[in-house]
Design a protein around this ligand. Structure first.
Ligand code: 48H
Length: 256
């Protein structure tokens, strides 16, 4: 067949905009494609919900790629291992309830399975604000990460979602926007409590407990949940991120 540059461009732009137009109104919008966001996306999409994940970077996966200290190995505990097994990640039994996985395999399969389930991942998009209607978060304000990186003064566009999830990891960026602009979160002080020191066992337990609706229409999951509720970090054990993503999906499914 003859190959034409403009026909290639036409098909790229055409396909992207078909998918993007179809994602302007969602059941659930997820900010951040780390392990918690990708897990939530898969469970929600498996349940037939219309889900999109907006990820600032080009590569989804968040902090999981680098495993511990850059060695591409992550640890999960037995309570969470089935979430990786469901997507075909091969685990090595390390004894005493610990399992190891290759982090590159884990990220790739979490991404692939979320997409196979029907979730869309829009990479290179940064969420900079929320849309609030009747005291409920009803959507997200998004911009291209390239515009954000170039610090250009370009207005963003919006998407509508019945529920949104802050899965932005340590910075808890969406909850921070709510704290700054609305000044009221569903935390003991109504503010962000700040992430605490390392305590893997507490951190893992609390990240699941802290996965909840923090403002009407907005859930928080993963490391952002511990940052918002003032709980410890846990280092390179990732079971809590997976369990938290699953819980966020289950809680939202009860309401949809
Ligand atoms: C679009 C955004 C925005 C934005 C951020 O950090 P993550 O991997 O998040 P989690 O919570 O799924 O996993 C946390 C884990 O990786 C980790 O850091 C652990 C376990 N730490 C323990 C410890 O002790 O340190 O992914 C968040 C993703 C990233 O890819 C960001 O680029 C993205 O969210 N993101 N995307 N718009 N405003 N903010």
């Amino acid at each position: 067949m003859p190959i034409d540059e403009i026909e290639i461009s036409r098909r790229i732009v055409g396909r992207f905009f078909d998918e993007f137009m179809d994602s302007l109104e969602l059941d659930v919008a997820i900010v951040g494609a780390g392990p918690s966001g990708l897990t939530a996306a898969r469970y929600l999409a498996d349940a037939g919900k219309k889900v999109a994940v907006f990820e600032r970077k080009l590569s989804p996966g968040g902090g999981m790629w680098g495993g511990g200290i850059g060695y591409p190995v992550v640890i999960v505990q037995k309570e969470s291992k089935e979430i990786l097994e469901e997507v075909g990640v091969r685990l090595r039994d390390e004894g005493s309830g610990y399992y190891s996985a290759n982090s590159i395999e884990a990220v790739s399969k979490l991404c692939a399975s979320a997409i196979d389930s029907g979730a869309r991942i829009f990479n290179g998009f940064s969420v900079e604000d929320v849309v609030v209607k009747d005291e409920k978060i009803s959507g997200l304000v998004i911009n291209l990460s390239t515009i954000e990186a170039a610090n250009l003064h370009v207005d963003p566009i919006c998407i509508r979602a019945k529920y949104s999830i802050d899965a932005t990891g340590h910075p808890a960026e969406i909850c921070r926007v709510v704290e700054e602009k609305i000044g009221r979160l569903n935390t003991p002080t109504g503010r962000i409590e700040k992430e605490r020191y390392m305590h893997a066992e507490m951190g893992e337990k609390m990240v699941v407990e802290n996965t909840k609706e923090v403002y009407p229409g907005l859930f928080v999951t993963g490391m952002a949940a511990n940052a918002v509720f003032g709980a410890p970090r846990m280092g390179p054990i990732f079971g809590g991120m997976l369990l938290s993503g699953k819980k966020a999906a289950e809680e939202i499914l009860k309401r949809l």
